[in-house]
Design a protein. Structure first.
Lengths: 424, 244
């Protein structure tokens, strides 16, 4: 039966060429859009995760309420103990201590007087521990412009633009003026190891990266951190998994009313990231739905035209005693075959264009100068396992729905008038 | 008889029973709190939101123009020095061996995590030079009768646009002070206790500052030792002294 239908489709090009082409174009666009959305929006999520949010983040309840102000006076204490507990509870999650802080970078002249000064957004992470994956996670080595990475205590990295504004070069000394966990003024000398460019305007304006060990000394935060951020084992944010982890952890502290008790938040529960994650989740569905509806309409129209052209054929088949349901079903089977062929073709081209945009991203850095939101400066697609099959949903659904709508006419044919119609 | 009564009323009105003029009160407050120079040792306890910590310091001041403070403890803060010369402020950090001038918005930051800002520390000027006073009435604070006076800034470069001050009617020392922004928002509250007569003037040994915009239990500033009108070597008020 299927073989017969395929033979019919191959021999009658007008029944296959245009519908396959329409399906292929629609599927190609769906696949490409999916890869684009996953790539660009997913990159924004992962960038925020790597830099600040983590896939999950542990803070004190008081800190969580004022998270945007980096209130290190409300930091987590006894962090070693807490980290051990987290490792025991969630062995697959990688935990990294982070301290975010604000301050002034003060550059001395040869007499030790202030030569230049600028506000810095500081971030302390584990650069020096042997097991730390932070440098790799933040991709710092690739962002290095001048000098080298932090290799020993007392070194720091500054964003290239910031270092240039301050007139600093690798090897120069500067002083961080900040505030300790207890509110005292903090002073700490650093040697500039190197400069970096993140491609994120917000960071490039005044980022200061230091080792967590130095930050703890400078800010009087012994065995304390502002945040413990966790990354899921496969390296990508999964909202359901993150929510399950956070719920399990928070249940342990549900009874206590201590405002300094730890609380875990998922990436989606921090700031406006929730809306963004929700947007990415529904975006693919929206795109697929738009194409299903649009293509169903196009194929319905094509089906109607085809049905008109095949009016006589259907009439003969019905006159020969073929049941209407059977004629309708063969039409659906045909459309299924067209859908499969079109989807395979469309997916192949969609993957090709997605791969091109994944390999050769579009640079948007010039347009993002002055941006206040952390956004990737490159637009690129990302091919995920979903990309390989996402096209089948609109590809098959639209052809079947389109043919089904066009095929309704079969049931309206009156057997009594068939021969009269054929004579004509 | 009527004449005698009238004379008695007039006498009382002109002497003891009449409240002094508000500016007169302020002048007497200045006489108690300001001095030609002074050397002071103090304990500062900062009651933070999570815990409290105590620092000790020694400070030298000449008039309202020069001041030098050295923190003596705890170990982390020991050796930190501050020098004020007129309207400039430098801070020396021994751990970095850097002398850094505090200016601009940094002057509004907290001094060593306390409820005092550098701006508070800098403004040593006499109240009569910076504020116009109005007497609002009398009240009772801590069982003592006080004048309630309102202060309105008459110069632009003061930290607080207006203040309310409760001044002891007998000793002319403020027992309570509230500082307001131009918008009328209460920024700081100051309570003064343990008023003692030292070198012929009334002086509060304990001052409790509360930054109303900050969480925590306030900062208790206790004067453990104070000497007025002593000779202070001039080199103390130099940037070189910061590194010594």
């Amino acid at each position: 039966m299927i073989k017969f239908l395929i033979k019919g489709l191959l021999r009658d090009k007008s029944r296959s060429r245009i519908p396959v082409l329409v399906v292929a174009v629609g599927v190609m666009l769906t696949v490409f859009m999916h890869a684009f959305v996953t790539g660009y929006m997913g990159d924004t999520i992962e960038m925020n995760a790597r830099f600040t949010h983590g896939h999950v983040k542990v803070m004190t309840r008081a800190y969580a309420e004022e998270m945007n102000q980096m209130p290190n006076d409300l930091a987590l204490l006894e962090v070693d103990e807490l980290t051990n507990k987290l490792n025991a509870m969630f062995p697959d999650v990688i935990w990294s201590p982070r301290i975010q802080f604000g301050g002034l970078v003060d550059v001395p002249d040869k007499n030790g007087e202030t030569r230049s000064q600028g506000p810095a957004f500081g971030m302390a992470l584990d650069f020096l521990s042997a097991h730390s994956a932070e440098v790799k996670r933040m991709n710092i080595e690739k962002t290095l412009v001048r000098g080298s990475l932090i290799t020993k205590p007392g070194q720091a990295l500054l964003s290239e633009k910031f270092a240039q504004n301050l007139g600093l070069k690798p090897g120069d000394e500067f002083t961080l003026i900040g505030s300790t966990m207890y509110g005292s003024m903090a002073f700490y000398n650093f040697t500039l190891a190197g400069t970096v460019t993140f491609g994120v305007e917000q960071m490039d304006r005044g980022a200061l990266l230091v080792d967590i060990y130095d930050a703890r000394i400078a800010l009087n935060m012994e065995n304390a951190v502002g945040e413990l951020i966790g990354f899921l084992s496969d390296g990508f944010y999964n909202n359901d998994e993150a929510k399950a982890i956070a719920s399990e952890f928070n249940a342990v502290y549900a009874e206590t009313e201590d405002e300094y008790a730890p609380v875990m938040k998922t990436l989606a529960q921090q700031g406006t990231m929730g809306q963004y994650v929700a947007l990415v989740d529904v975006w693919t569905v929206y795109i697929s739905m738009v194409f299903v509806i649009a293509m169903a309409l196009v194929l319905w129209n094509a089906g109607l035209l085809g049905a008109l052209r095949r009016y006589g054929e259907f009439g003969i088949r019905l006159a020969m005693g073929e049941e209407k349901r059977h004629v309708f079903n063969t039409l659906i089977y045909e459309s299924f075959v067209i859908g499969v062929l079109g989807t395979i073709l469309g997916t192949a081209f969609g993957l090709l264009f997605s791969w091109l945009m994944q390999t050769y991203p579009i640079d948007m850095s010039a347009m993002l100068e002055g941006a206040t939101m952390m956004m990737p400066t490159q637009i690129k697609a990302r091919i995920t396992p979903d990309t390989y099959y996402i096209g089948f949903i609109p590809g098959l659904l639209s052809t079947v729905v389109g043919s089904a709508l066009a095929g309704i006419g079969i049931f309206k044919r009156k057997t009594s008038q068939l021969f009269k119609e054929l004579e004509a | 008889m009527r004449t005698i009564t009238l004379l008695i009323v007039l006498f009382l009105a002109l002497t003891g029973f009449s409240a002094p003029d508000a500016s007169e009160i302020l002048k007497k407050v200045d006489q108690n709190l300001s001095s030609e120079n002074r050397v002071m040792e103090s304990t500062i306890t900062i009651h933070g939101k999570r815990n409290s910590r105590t620092m000790t310091s020694r400070s030298y001041a000449v008039g309202t123009e020069k001041a030098f403070t050295e923190y003596l403890s705890p170990a982390r803060d020991a050796g930190t020095k501050m020098l004020k010369l007129e309207n400039q402020l430098w801070i020396y950090s021994p751990s970095t061996d850097r002398t850094i001038q505090i200016s601009g918005h940094m002057l509004r930051q907290s001094v060593m995590g306390s409820d005092l800002s550098y701006e508070d520390m800098m403004d040593d000027r006499k109240l009569t030079d910076t504020y116009t006073a109005t007497l609002e009435g009398t009240e009772t604070v801590d069982g003592r009768e006080v004048y309630l006076i309102s202060l309105e800034a008459k110069v632009d470069d003061v930290a607080y646009h207006s203040q309310k001050m409760w001044v002891d009617t007998e000793r002319f020392v403020p027992l309570k002070q509230e500082m307001f922004a131009k918008s009328g928002q209460l920024l700081k509250r100051l309570e003064m206790r343990d008023v003692e007569k030292i070198s012929g003037r009334w002086f509060p040994r304990t001052m409790v500052y509360k930054d109303m915009l900050k969480q925590g239990g306030g900062t208790e500033y206790t004067v453990t030792k104070i000497e007025f009108d002593v000779d202070i070597p001039e080199y103390i008020f130099s940037k070189a002294a910061l590194k010594q």
